[in-house]
Design a protein around this ligand. Structure first.
Ligand code: GDP
Ligand code: MG
Length: 733
């Protein structure tokens, strides 16, 4: 029988030379059926085994643009050779790997014959073929076909490679195309279009590449499917034209070369004399990803991004705040006292509205991130941080997810968790999505701001830096622990797409910014709205029973009757300013009773009871029942910690919604001090991700098991760390 192997590669890479070296006289020449393309077949046999070898026509790509390409491709899918030997001209690695990547995307078993090594060496090019083999996860054997060097090793490598189930290589073509591909893949799979020949994703890529053969088959087949696919292609084409000023074929080629670029950048080519041939992108990369300059530039760019975000969004955020303030005031005076008003004001406007208030900040940040992403810089950042992340069992592609989640300050774990989709290894992806919630997301910031203002006002910036560092170290160490226990597994080589830099267009960035912002608004209007209503209900019901309410009614009655008596009896003698002082004292007394009642009601509510019942445990970390309510509420959204503390601690005349005054109150409240505050900060960094993030983790990790894990593990970890801080701190202080 023999092992069937096909020699493929670019024209003039040495296929025929290698074919002759292997088969000698045992060959015969014919034609491929129906076309005038020459087909050479031959045999080789020795102690390694028996091989049936075919010399395929030379091609640069596998899209059906030329007859050679159609012939080569049809041969591979129809005859299914056991191995495709890709003959690569070592002196022109980048160009030659382009075809190789396409074989891998097709899901073919590939071995590389790294040919023309003599030419490459003469030109001063030295190639680390072992590393290349590791990064591509296929055998790579150096050869000099003209002298017959390496042919035995090549055949040994082929004979040793017996994997039959090969996962097709998945390259990320950027968000727009990736989304379209996912959609098209599902359609193609369910209708079974060409699935006996190609994997569905590959067929979808061919549609986007405008492949004549596949499109013709499509239009002759299921008309409905063809129309659906064409509609998606048209949509992506329009979107790419509008945002990045490119078309799908261009984008696909860019990303494939980007993938190759990122392989070659990892020290594959050791010496490269021909520096003049560097492209503009390579020249920029020489500076931007330089070992010393690179990190400095990266930090400067990140600082720039956050400075830009925070300074320019301050004003619009305050407009949003005053709008919601006005709205809640208007509703407050328009509606009668009662549950409905409480629901609308506290549940809906303060809950979902509080989250919508962040829209301008989010928008500015996404603008900056879109700029970095569209220009191609973001990919370089991951490339640089890969080495550090690798030590902790994560991956270069994890970096972006961390930054999006609030790695610097003020991100969100929801898009962060979704950003882990770019990770190809499921284990590294899982480790990443379980640790991104430790970052300082935008919702935790007001919590930190509140506590810092109250207890660390002398060292605000330093404290913020400490918090950021704790979050990062914590996340990386937890990742390391997870990767050596529950998600143990090999580190995958870091190969991502490093496409050439491109000049982003303002229109494109604006469209991308808006798309991201809209996602955020949708979340606030749906999930957050629902959750804040639930939380409101938990803090409202069951309320006080009749006897308890009566107690407060009685107190009020006493105050008003006493006051009424006093005022009536002295009305003749009192000056008008004394009168109003009297009246305001009465009002104060009445509102004190109201607040006492509210506090009693809160303590009696479902949330209050939970808070009180947890106190026995949480006192070891320094948290009382009111803090517990806030933390339970924070599970809905971390912003809720601040607003809940506000309600729970509204013990005076001061407006409970005002942050400054809340921090004043906390400062003087019993049981509070820097140690309690620090313990609470630690807890807030590490405990269960918010509700929406948990849902997102479940969806992205593919099971509720991991979502549950993140809730339990993070909370236990957070509690352990807080207790440690509080207890050690109590001894020292
Ligand atoms: P094909 O188009 O892929 O079939 O390439 P050929 O086998 O026809 O080779 C193209 C040219 O490269 C011929 O002149 C070969 O002699 C030469 N060639 C092939 N392999 C090597 C090699 O390893 N080293 C050198 N120096 N030349 C080679
Ligand atoms: Mg030839």
């Amino acid at each position: 029988m023999g092992i069937a192997i096909a020699l493929a590669g670019n024209p003039n890479s040495g296929k025929t030379t290698l074919f002759n070296a292997l088969t000698g006289a045992r060959q015969h020449v014919g034609n491929y059926p129906g076309v005038t393309v020459e087909k050479k077949e031959g045999k080789y046999s020795d102690d390694i085994g028996e091989f049936n070898i075919v010399d395929l026509p030379g091609t640069y790509s596998l899209t059906a643009y030329s007859m050679e390409e159609v012939v080569a491709r049809d041969y591979l899918v129809n005859e299914k050779p056991a191995m495709v030997v890709d003959i690569i001209d070592a002196s022109n690695l980048e160009r030659n790997l382009y075809l190789c990547v396409q074989f891998l995307e097709m899901g073919m078993p590939v071995t590389i014959a790294l040919n023309m090594m003599d030419v490459a060496n003469k030109r001063g090019i030295e190639i680390d073929h072992k590393k290349l083999s590791k990064l591509l996860n296929i055998p790579v054997v150096p050869t000099i076909a003209r002298k017959g060097h390496g042919k035995k090793k090549l055949l040994q490598a082929i004979a040793a490679k017996s994997e039959s189930n090969i996962e097709p290589l998945k390259i990320s073509y950027g968000q727009d195309i990736d989304t379209a591909l996912d959609e098209m893949e599902d359609m193609i799979k369910s209708s079974g279009f060409l699935t006996n020949r190609y994997n569905a994703r590959w067929t979808a890529i061919k549609y986007l590449e405008n492949d004549g053969q596949v499109k013709e088959l499509g239009s002759k087949g299921d008309k409905n499917l063809d129309l659906q696919l064409e509609t998606i292609v048209e949509k992506v084409t329009k979107h790419l034209a509008a945002t990045l000023d490119t078309h799908p074929e261009g984008m696909i080629a860019d990303q494939r070369y980007g993938f190759i670029n990122s392989i070659l950048k990892q020290g594959i080519i050791k010496r490269y004399h021909d520096e003049n041939r560097l492209q503009i992108s390579d020249k920029i990369d020489k500076v931007v990803t330089n070992r010393f300059l690179g990190p400095i530039i990266m930090i400067a760019i990140i600082m720039g991004l956050y400075k830009f975000t925070f300074s320019y969004s301050e004003m619009p955020v305050s407009w949003f705040e005053s709008f919601f303030g006005w709205l809640s005031g208007a509703v407050d005076s328009a509606l009668p006292e009662g549950l409905l008003k409480s629901l609308i004001v506290s549940g809906i406007i303060d809950g979902a509205g509080g989250v919508l208030g962040f829209v301008p900040l989010i928008m500015f940040m996404f603008f900056g991130v879109s700029l970095l992403e569209d220009s191609g810089y973001l990919a370089r950042m991951s490339f640089m941080l890969d080495r550090i992340f690798r030590m902790f069992g994560l991956h270069g592609s994890s970096v972006m997810a961390f930054i999006i989640s609030g790695g610097i300050a003020g991100g969100c774990a929801v898009p962060g968790v979704m950003a882990t989709r770019t990770l190809k290894s499921p284990k590294e992806r899982l480790a990443t999505l379980l640790t991104v919630p430790f970052m300082n997301c935008g919702a935790k910031l007001p919590v930190f701001a509140l506590l810092i203002a109250a207890f660390f006002s002398e060292n605000e910036a330093q404290m913020m830096l400490v918090i950021t560092l704790i979050a990062w170290f914590g996340a990386l160490i937890v990742a390391r622990i997870l990767r050596s226990t529950v998600i143990k597994g090999e580190a995958t080589p870091f190969v991502m797409e490093l496409p050439p830099y491109r000049m982003p267009t303002l229109k494109g960035i604006l469209i991308h910014t808006w798309e991201r912002t809209w996602q955020y608004i949708k979340k606030a209007g749906t999930v957050i709205l629902g959750v804040s209503i639930i939380i409101w209900a938990m803090m409202t019901f069951p309320g006080l029973d009749e006897n308890q309410s009566k107690l407060f009614e009685d107190q009020r009655a006493v105050i008003t009757s006493q006051a009424g008596y006093a005022i009536l009896s002295d009305i003749e003698t009192l000056e008008s300013d004394q009168l109003s002082a009297q009246a305001s004292a009465v009002k104060d007394n009445l509102s004190r009773v109201d607040l006492d009642e509210a506090k009693a009601g809160l303590k009696n509510s479902i949330a209050g009871r939970i808070g009180t019942s947890l106190e026995g445990l949480t006192k070891f970390a320094g948290f009382d029942w009111r803090t517990n309510i806030a933390l339970v509420g924070g599970f809905a959204a971390k912003e809720v910690v601040v607003s809940t503390l506000g309600t729970a601690y509204s013990l005076g005349e001061v407006d409970p919604e005002e942050k400054g005054s809340l921090s004043e109150r906390l400062k003087s409240a019993e049981g509070w001090g820097p140690l309690t505050a620090f313990s609470l900060i630690i807890f807030t960094i590490f405990y269960a991700p918010c509700f929406v993030t948990v849902i997102c983790i479940a969806r992205e990790a593919g099971s509720w098991k991991w979502a549950g894990f993140s809730v339990v593990f993070n909370t236990v970890l957070a509690f352990g760390l807080s207790v440690l801080c509080y207890q050690v701190g109590s001894v020292i202080m």
